[in-house]
Design a protein around this ligand. Sequence first.
Ligand code: NAI
Length: 489
Amino acid sequence: VLESGDYRVADLSLADWGRKDINVSEFEMPGLMELRKEYGPRKPLQGMRVAGSLHMTVQTAVLIETLQELGAELRWCSCNIFSTQDHAAAAVVKAGSAHVFAWKGESLQDYWQCTDRVLTWPDGEGPHLVVDDGGDITLLIHEGFKAEKMFEADGTLPDPDSTKNAEFKCVLQTLRDSVQRDPTRFQRMANRVIGVSEETTTGVNRLVQMARDGTLLFPAINVNDSVTKSKFDNTYGCRHSLPDGLARATDMMLAGKVCVVCGFGDVGKGCAEALRAAGARVFVTEVDPICALQACMQGYTVTTLEEALTEADVVVTATGNRDIVMKEHMARMAEARRPGGSRPASVPVVCNIGHFDNEIDWEGLVQDPSIRRETIKPQVDRFIWPHGGSVVVLAEARLMNLGCATGHPSFVMSCSFTNQTLAQIELVTHHDTGKYQNSVYVLPKHLDEKVARLHLPKLGAKLTHLTDSQAKYIGVDKEGPFKPAAYRY
Ligand code: NAI
């Protein structure tokens, strides 16, 4: 166990169970285990402080211990209040692999305090490297930097009462405390950070906006857009973990039901495929005509949420956008499905698999005194209107595959986390070469191909090798990269 007590997890006595799970996961994460073999002896991350904010699961434990074996010194929190697997967190702490601040069911205040503690080594200084999922560490550093500059200019402190947003209130409170304690901490941190590697679509969106505005304080590697991440984790991961979450939360029969998937991007494609495989009739909503046409070609009905609502038994949001299913939508679903309503009576399920909870109007539901909330079990709530109609909402509108189940399986996370590890190595290796400026980059294609290559043997796949004349004919190197950057897979 870490000596200092510099950690916060639910229950250290779960560590042995966690370790057993981690041991098995290692077999399913060949990319990470190969990187341990390849880079372990050279320790490219020696002396690097790494702060991570990424679902503290069994799979993440294998990532953490890989980074540690490469020389890193780690502090870790979860990027979602419900996604921590407490036994994994305990095992990591007990092994001394990282200082972990994460448990399942944090309050929003806890969440931001944990994020802040991950950025605070015992000497008061911050990390050299950041692993982010959704961009909350990056957000805290950037908001902290801004807050300190404001305090320097005119003594203004961040004011939690200046916003109505419950989450941002907690951010501002955390920053207020920080600025009062140490008014230059985030500025020093911004100087020290070599770079961030970002896991998900939504976090990348935030980074791209900052780079566009010229406010990004350090280089960023967009791990999400490695082909071996977004075309695997987002699609095949969700294809696995969406029905898993639905089953663990509700155990409802999907066959024959009408399921609506909002957003037909990488995540939506996996969700729609899983629901259809379970026998559901799948409707898709999209704003992008290309994705809408793709959905049509796959045989899905493309329509609007408004049209599909009253027929829907399940609605899943996967847009990475805000305000997709509003209270009024859910009210119409409940009304149609109430006893004696226009459709056969039932309790439709509404859930989100996108990164943030703003896809579903959770606040609108909980703040309406006329709608009764009945918690069936943690992360499964039924909202009942006065007329008796109701809907079930999963994981308080947060990502349901991690809130109601255990997220993606190890093998696909190995693809994602092998990219993460290579990104961390890449940032350190090129720290002084000027290759990475304060902008957003994807990993070079040869590394993307390497990630795939590391996962093939485990599946017994036999790769065909180009002959010299074939390589010349299609104009590629025999060892790859095999495709131009713009190829879409
Ligand atoms: P994407 O950008 O590939 O797909 C999102 C799609 O939603 C796009 O095609 C877009 O046109 C569509 N869209 C946007 N606004 C819409 C609206 N109002 N109505 C209907 N469609 C709309 O993004 P990706 O990779 O599919 O990710 C989606 C979300 O899922 C992101 O927040 C991402 O961070 C998250 N994610 C969650 C995972 C999980 O395990 N729960 C795994 C990977 C990503």
